[in-house]
Design a protein around this ligand. Structure first.
Ligand code: ASP
Length: 308
């Protein structure tokens, strides 16, 4: 059996056995909840702190729901109202909160590497889960994307995927690629405007294809990404209509993909910029399924890092 994780900051170099174990555990959580048990008590008496320094809708709510369904107490730390906004150093905030006896910190921060810094400074016994750091990693999103794909396309060795949009600034793309490679995906294509593409060396094992019509041809899953305007200089912002024309997903383009291709997006969606409503709300869309799976994946991760 692969070793238990004490923290989850990235999927980079995570063995496939660990990924599979977390996905299997998420499925067990879902089964338990489907059989009428909306609340398990695996984490009764434990405390989870949501420490979000960047806005979030899905991820924060999903972690909160996951922790509550496991019986844990949850504290949502509102940065806007906290002493951090008065200039308190991150680690002083951390130690102050730790003195209140936390078990797990779920952190989102615009600076890449912050979760690992917290791991280095956290009191022993306190687990850290990365809920998105800069453009570096969003491991629970990567896991929930793999669960969503696995349910429909269980054989990753046959899987062709295209990730399209602002790959350069996307932590989701990085975590997805780490997991897809670990699980042995057959082909991973990256597509987007040249200015929003990463260095190829940063994404080994992927093929960069600039023309979306070519990139989507025959794929089993298409993962669309949002333009991460908050991480771009204003001069880098593409013209939105021209962007949709070249890199937007509509029904015409989706018809070029493989039969029944899964349409995925981590949210928030920008309709008419990277994805048309006809596709986002269409029969091949798995977007809400991703959101649903997110809660079970986070339940699995919380149990994992807290040793339950
Ligand atoms: N929600 C995802 C993230 O936090 C994707 C996005 O914001 O576009 O990275």
């Amino acid at each position: 059996m692969s070793q238990r994780l004490r923290h989850l900051t990235s999927l980079e170099n995570m063995p496939s056995a660990t990924i599979e174990r977390l996905l299997d555990r998420a499925v067990s959580m879902r089964d338990a909840c489907a059989h009428g048990t909306r609340k398990l008590d695996l984490l009764a008496g434990r405390t989870v702190l949501n420490l979000f320094f960047e806005p979030s809708t899905r991820t924060r709510t999903s972690f909160e729901l996951a922790a509550r369904r496991l019986g844990a107490d949850v504290i949502n730390f509102d940065i806007g109202l906290s002493s951090t906004s008065k200039g308190e150093a991150l680690f002083d905030t951390l130690h102050t909160l730790e003195a209140m006896h936390l078990d797990t910190i779920v952190v989102r921060h615009k600076i890449s590497g912050t979760p690992d810094e917290l791991v280095r400074h956290a009191m022993s016994g306190v687990a850290v889960i990365n809920a998105g750091d800069g453009n570096r990693a969003h491991p629970t999103q990567g896991l929930l994307d793999m669960l969503t794909i696995r349910e429909h396309r269980p054989d990753f060795r046959q899987l062709k995927v295209v990730i399209c949009g602002d790959v350069k600034h996307s932590r989701v793309a990085r975590s997805d690629v780490h997991a897809l490679r670990a699980l042995g995906a057959k082909e991973i294509r990256l597509c987007g405007p040249a200015g929003l593409m990463p260095e190829a060396s940063e994404f080994p094992g992927c093929t960069i294809v600039e023309n979306f019509d070519e990139a989507i041809e025959g794929v089993d899953a298409v993962i669309m990404l949002r333009l991460q305007k908050e991480r771009m200089a204003s001069t880098d912002l593409p013209d939105e209509a021209a962007y949709f024309e070249r890199f937007g997903l509509d029904n015409r383009r989706l018809a070029l993909a493989g039969k029944g291709c899964l349409v995925m997006h981590p949210g928030p969606l920008n309709r008419g910029i990277e994805i048309a409503s006809e596709v986002a709300d269409g029969p091949q869309s798995r977007i809400l399924e991703q959101v649903g799976n997110g809660v079970f994946v986070r339940m699995a991760v919380l149990c994992e890092v807290m040793g339950r």
